[in-house]
Design a protein around this ligand. Structure first.
Ligand code: SDX
Length: 428
């Protein structure tokens, strides 16, 4: 691949450098395009062909179904690491030593108390409020109780803000669930691991001891690892965009939570189960829903299918599908919608509409089946995605700030009215 790209506009040729990444991804560096051409820009709705940054955190290969965090294959990390180790790896770039991991966890534990007045904000929400809206609000509200987490120009302040949110977010997530369930808000147990402690905060009954369940803990840990980062997806790009204005970490994360909420993004895991339940209620008629998904006049989409980058298979979906069978059998749980999901996948992979458009199950297609088996209610599925994605958002925000990236401000092509004179109201 030559180092130069030539663009010809109105017979005039312009040359731009070509940049090549460590995995041989190639991009035309158009940093000087507008100045060199007196105003020409590019147009790419949805940024399907546009890189927003150079990053050393996560590598995806959509054609080969590859996903690596800091060079480590997702399959290995899901099998051999735990979520806090992966969080450390994503944020700081290396797998931690035992001492580094212990210190990281201790620092997070020290910051896992949430100001009691935050409960008053939580109480202000109706019980029917969607947890993603509550969580994005509480994450923003944390700024008021932790003002030093805003000016994070120093690495030390950044580290403090990072362990604060990693300590407090699981508490806020558990409290959001318990508020909806009408349960008292409580803390976990500092003697437990990060994920087990979260599950205890979620499910501890007021009148009894929390019963540890290794299968549930290990399954949740693996799901959180699989959701931990995914390069420049919609919510991560949002976190970077907000952080690029030098808004603080918590404000940037709150924006990312709102972006993840959308049913085309993280909200799909909830939408998948709602879709599978609708198919079940409809007598399991998958063919009817396949037809709806292919009908251009019908807004219905096969939720959990398709991906902007993966045009072969989503490696996370493969791991989660296998885990779904294992978890349900280990827990002695059967779930009719798992069979419906497998049936849908089989039909879609044999249907030219899906094959031609390279639409395969993504991370959201099977994850809800496991969440449900673990006792997570459907409205908490996307908050689980947010809990998993938190270290990835943090890592990407930290990289953007340390690389002193410029404020994000895309251009546009104006297609509105040209200049016209004002008309008084009586002449309109
Ligand atoms: C996540 O980016 C990430 O990395 C995201 C994520 C992460 O970890 O952060 O992986 C998490 O968000 C996974 C995706 C979850 N969303 C869903 O499952 C919702 C259903 N899927 C889609 O809406 C869609 O596939 C997207 C949003 C995921 C991707 O959309 P694109 O890349 O913009 O593709 P597109 O909408 O342009 O679709 C291309 C064609 C179109 O048909 P034609 O116009 O060419 O005839 O495929 C069709 C679409 O209509 N299509 C679907 C479909 N997805 C795409 N048709 C039916 N069902 C679907 N699910």
């Amino acid at each position: 691949m030559s180092g130069i790209a030539t663009i010809e506009i109105d017979g005039k040729k312009y040359e731009f450098p070509v940049t090549v990444g460590t995995e041989n991804e190639v991009a035309i560096d158009i940093n000087t395009l507008r100045s060199a051409t007196q105003g020409v820009t590019t147009l790419d709705p949805g940024y399907k062909n546009t890189g927003s940054c150079e990053s050393a955190i996560t590598f995806l290969d959509g054609e080969k179904g590859i996903l690596r965090y800091r060079g480590y294959a997702i399959e290995e990390l899901a099998e051999k690491a735990d979520f806090l180790e992966v969080a450390y790896l994503l944020i700081f770039g290396e797998l931690p030593t035992r001492e580094q991991l212990q210190k990281f966890h201790n620092d997070i534990r020290d910051q896992s108390i949430v100001a009691e007045d935050m409960k008053k904000i939580l109480d202000g929400f109706p019980q029917s409020a969607h947890p993603m809206g509550v969580l994005s609000s509480l994450t923003s509200a944390l700024i008021a109780f932790n003002p030093s987490s805003v000016n994070v120009d120093s690495e030390e302040d950044m580290y403090k803000a990072i362990v604060k949110i990693l300590g407090k977010f699981p508490v806020l997530t558990a409290w959001t669930y318990r508020k909806r369930a009408g349960l008292p808000l409580d803390y976990g147990d500092d003697t437990m691991g990060y994920v087990e402690n979260f599950l205890k905060m979620m499910f501890k009954k007021p009148q009894g001891e929390y019963k540890r369940n290794e299968i549930v803990t290990n399954s949740m840990d693996k799901l959180l690892i699989l959701h931990a980062d995914h390069e420049q997806n919609c919510s991560t790009s949002t976190v970077r965009m907000v952080g690029s204005s030098h808004a603080g970490l918590f404000a940037s994360l709150s924006a990312g939570i709102n972006a993840l909420w959308g049913p085309l993004h993280g909200g799909a895991n909830q939408a998948v189960i709602e879709m599978l339940e609708a198919i079940k209620a409809d007598g399991g008629d998958t063919k009817k829903y396949m037809a709806k998904a292919k009908d251009k006049d019908d807004p219905f989409r096969l939720m959990g299918f398709g991906h902007r980058v993966y045009k072969n298979f989503d490696p996370r979906a493969k791991i989660i599908k296998k885990a779904a069978d294992e978890v349900l059998s280990d827990l002695g749980v059967s779930d009719e919608v798992l069979d419906i999901a497998k049936g849908l996948e089989k039909e879609a992979l044999e249907d030219s509409y899906f094959v031609d458009r390279k639409l395969y199950p993504n991370v959201d297609f099977y994850s809800g089946i496991i969440y449900r088996a673990l006792g997570i209610p459907i409205e908490m599925f996307t908050p689980m995605f947010a809990l998993g994605r938190l270290p990835g958002w943090i890592a990407q925000w930290r990289e953007m700030r340390l690389r002193k990236e410029p404020i994000g401000r895309p251009r546009q092509i104006y297609i509105g009215e040209t200049l016209r004179a004002f008309k008084d109201i009586d002449y309109r």
